[in-house]
Design a protein around this ligand. Sequence first.
Ligand code: G3H
Ligand code: 13P
Ligand code: ZN
Length: 332
Amino acid sequence: MVSYKDLGLVNTREMFAKAINGGYAIPAFNFNNMEQLQAIVMAAAETKSPVILQVSKGARNYANQTLLRYMAEGAVAYAKELGWEKPQIVLHLDHGDSFETCKSCVDFGFSSVMIDGSHLPYDENVAITKKVVEYAHQFDVTVEGELGVLAGVEDEVSADHHTYTRPEEVVDFVTKTGCDSLAISIGTSHGAYKFKPEQCTMDPNSGRLVPPPLAFEVLDGVMKELPGFPIVLHGSSSVPQEEVDIINANGGNLEAAVGIPEEQLRKAAASAVCKINIDSDSRLAMTAAVRKVLAEKPGEFDPRKYLGPARDSMKKLYMHKIVNVLGSDNKA
Ligand code: G3H
Ligand code: 13P
Ligand code: ZN
């Protein structure tokens, strides 16, 4: 058993309370490799932003859970080396799919876990979330639950259609489970294709697809039922079109990729939404930079020559999210 407290990590409780009161959101960035982690830590340290390092089940399989745990411990030491005296870094399991996965993360030094029972019948979602909470809270590890289904791919689970969260269920769910935060479905989805072209309109000036607005009335309904309770938004990448263009101009093929407009995320961050999950944007920034270098310098074969620019580009992206979208800078 490894306690996250011995690794210098923190849970989400205090940072969420501050974020709700302060009208900003904490970035939850997924990572599965060293360059992503370096970019996240550099961006958070430079902006003094609390940060959540998220690890999916796929990332655990890809990078090895032991290595990831030491990387998170290393992230705290690295942040201090960068001059961030008291780093506020959370190590969080993203989309935990079973009690066993969540327990193993709690036992392994994670400070926060998500149990994603959103695809289960309501009563089963309540039961599994409650079980995870009862275990995790013994070690002061915070737990995120989910109600409502996002369209798109979540690890090995994928759904064609979203089902908005039903505000009339949230009080019962939170009371019965004791979860510390709640992920809700208001129209975001995972990946780089968040809306079908037929759901969008076309901007006549840019020729770009304009997605439909998020269902803020659902968020309002949830906040009315659960005043001051921490709300989480998954699937919140904006799919920067500049990155998509670079990828497509350098041999890629991402047709009709579209994300959540930043002004909608700013609006969400100012509300009780205190955790915003971003993964795809980092993947796009990394891929665009790598494709560009390799296309321009076909003789290059030193990974540092293309992963270095990829890291720079991700750092820029993370800083932009922190400062211009979520507003979490200078909060740690
Ligand atoms: O919600 C999904 C995250 O973007 C993680 O994706 O399962 O491919 O690592 P992954
Ligand atoms: P994106 O695919 O929009 O980056 O969402 C990531 C996410 O929700 C991770 O849990
Ligand atoms: Zn997610």
